[in-house]
Design a protein around this ligand. Sequence first.
Ligand code: DX5
Ligand code: ZN
Length: 221
Amino acid sequence: MTALPPIAAPSMLSADFSRLGEELAIVEGDRDWLHCDVMDHHFVPNLTFGPLLVAAARKLTTACLDVHLMVERPWLMVDAFREAGADVITVHLEACRETREVLRQIRATGAKAGLAVKPGTPYAAAAPYLSDLDLFLVMTVEPGFGGQEFMPEMMEKVSQARDERTRKRLDFVIEVDGGIADATARVARAAGADVFVAGHAVFRAADPRVALAGLRAAIAG
Ligand code: DX5
Ligand code: ZN
């Protein structure tokens, strides 16, 4: 992870794939991350892309590739995404049976290990794993689609994770994903988030470069 928090992580999901090179050119490798949403039409009711596109993104940006696996049996795909160039690989707690083992497997590839929780999953379910991960992803929408409304009630999980990190002197970043734009990013920042995923707010803006600059400023303030 080259960049230091707070970090803006534009989500490729909302980009125009017919001109991906141009779209990803706004992502600055030394300070932003590129968030890659992988969906399998089983864990979530949508289907996106696999390692092939992550490998293409790897050629287009030097930014940290932050791969969010919204798939069933994610452990079967960890190696393929690492080989494609993923720097961070995040799996869903709800999709894992041996969560600690999957986190260990991700780290063994050399990638950073992330664990995500859906809105309905309580903080307490993830808490036992916070000492074994590099990133904790609090979903602020129901995973599956970009362009949904931010759920402020998820901020309690963010603050609980931040407080536990301080109390136990743990070392991980807290990421929020879903409905993030300047105002909601400020709310999440205040609650303790470090990494801010934004799809529509960046790539569907009239000028994505300006929108990304605005998001960086919002989280820096
Ligand atoms: C939703 C994805 C998000 C999505 C966010 O399931 O995990 O990363 O791209 O999109 P916005 O920022 O448009 O809510
Ligand atoms: Zn995501």
